[in-house]
Design a protein around this ligand. Structure first.
Ligand SMILES: *Cc1c(COP(=O)(O)O)cnc(C)c1O
Length: 467
């Protein structure tokens, strides 16, 4: 063996054993348990060995090893799923968790999660009850529907409706409404998985009532309309209205189903927001069933709501797939509390974070940006220029795709004008304990403050930031 090899071997031999490290870390063992500390020690020792073999030895004194084990344990104890500051300007950001919940809903979730409950127990009779009694009446009250049911998300709602009412049968849908939501949910593919045959009618830009009429035959199960929630067909266009489709479906004695996607329960126009069909409006226009998400405009937990005719809802509840798609007690508790907020429209905007964020006015957001500006400029120093600018926020999650909301942002641009500097700043902000997520737009990193509730938390996070 030559000198360098001998040296390496000696360094390897000098590394302490896992057991020895464990004995030297009694506090960590007490806090995290022997198994976790053993794993962390193995990992750190392996790094040390690799570093020696690659001729780039790390400090392998026992103090250094102990420190690295402790920091490994701290990292591993962090939850992988953690809060971020959503400063993207997109209120319902699917990648950032969509709707955030009101505290009353969170309290209700904690209560049922930590205690036994009457989830499926009828307290009047002492017999088995139905978990949906806790929400069905509320959904009916707020939508005007006869009956309702809930599942895991709106994709599940559409799948279940189609599988229940159209298995081995045909469903005509307008070519202009063959929606894809976020890559994995596409109407044609859902149809296939629900075991029904999609019959495309009309053209991408124009579909007429007679197109549907010509598609109907003895195999037709229902008529379906899909809210084009994440795009608009503009220009020379024609779509068939809910009322017309409802009349046509009655003529052939088949149901008319509308997938609303976001499905609001309040009139957005009255809130000064871009109009969106409400659940009640769609049922009034004659839809026999509607499906919509619980965590889009509704502002609740991830769920899918199905509302409409009782005979159809009864069939849906009996489908064995329903069991596979049913909601857990925590979501049921959350959605019930969110729905209750809709009973008092006057306090709704304050209590429901989604609507509060959507309706925040630009002046208010701009004032907030001006309050944060000095702290941000200070931590970013001379390399970046920070200003307050007008910006546009979006509703998000495919809701109201072409409409934007006037907002205000802190705009950060590198004095050097370099794209790399901008990207690296964005990356550094993502590495914070509570990551700050903005968006890069025209050579600047924009931090849109529409969704910032906790200004103090952002300020303390900024204090810890060092370039
Ligand atoms: C969002 C959306 C869906 C899917 O809803 P999830 O709750 O995300 O499962 C289905 N259809 C339409 C029209 C949508 O907008």
């Amino acid at each position: 063996m030559k000198g360098p090899e001998l040296k390496k071997n000696q360094l390897l031999r000098e590394l302490p054993s896992v057991d020895k490290l464990l004995l030297a870390l009694p506090d960590s063992v007490a806090e995290y348990g022997a198994q976790a500390v053993t794993q962390a020690a193995r990992k750190v020792l392996q790094q040390a060995r690799d570093s020696i073999l690659q001729d780039t030895p790390l400090d392998s004194s026992s103090a250094a090893l102990k420190l690295r084990i402790a920091s490994q344990l701290i990292d591993e104890a962090q939850p992988s799923l953690k809060p971020v500051f959503n400063l993207t300007g997109t209120v319902l950001h699917t990648n950032l968790g969509r709707a955030i919940m009101p505290l009353s809903a969170v309290d209700a979730i904690v209560t049922v999660a930590t205690q036994y409950s009457n989830l499926e127990f009828d307290l009047a009779t002492g017999k088995r009850g139905d978990r949906e009694t806790h929400v069905e009446q509320l959904i009916c009250e707020l939508t005007g529907a006869e009956a309702a049911t809930v599942v895991n998300n709106n994709a599940a709602a559409v799948l279940l409706v189609l599988n229940t009412l159209a298995m081995n049968k045909e469903v005509p849908v307008s070519r202009g409404e063959l929606v894809e939501i976020g890559g994995s949910f596409r109407i044609p593919e859902v149809m296939q998985r629900a075991n029904c045959t999609l019959v495309e009618v009309g053209a991408t830009n124009r579909t007429h009532l007679k197109d549907y009429r010509e598609a109907i035959n003895e195999h037709t199960a229902l008529l379906m309309k899909v809210h084009t929630s994440n795009y608009r067909v503009e220009g020379f266009t024609k779509e068939v209205t809910e009322t017309e489709l409802s009349q046509l479906s009655s003529e052939f004695d088949i149901p008319f189903v509308m997938d609303l996607g976001s499905g609001s329960l309040v009139d957005f126009a009255k809130l000064g927001l871009p109009a969106e069909p409400t659940a009640a409006w769609t049922l009034e226009r004659g839809a026999d069933l509607i499906t919509f998400s619980g965590d889009k405009l509704l502002g609740g937990p991830q769920s899918g709501l199905i509302a409409g005719r009782k005979d159809l809802i009864d069939k849906i509840k009996k489908n064995p797939l329903k069991r596979a798609l049913r909601l857990d007690k925590m979501t049921l508790a959350g959605i019930a509390e969110v729905l209750k907020l809709y009973r008092d429209p006057d306090s709704l905007l304050q209590k429901l974070p989604t609507l509060r964020h959507l309706t925040r006015n630009q002046a208010d957001i701009r004032d907030q940006a001006l309050r944060i500006l000095p702290a941000l400029s200070q931590v970013l120093g001379d390399t970046y220029q920070v200003t307050v600018t007008d910006s546009t926020s979006q509703v998000g999650s495919g809701s109201l795709p072409t409409e934007t909301l006037s907002s205000a942002s802190l705009s950060i641009s590198p004095v050097s004008g370099s794209d790399e500097a901008l990207k690296s700043l964005a990356a550094q902000l993502r590495q914070l304990d509570r990551p700050i997520i903005g968006r890069i737009h025209r050579g600047a990193l924009l931090l849109d403050l529409r969704c910032l509730d906790d200004e103090d938390a952002l300020l303390s996070q900024l204090k810890l930031f060092a370039l």
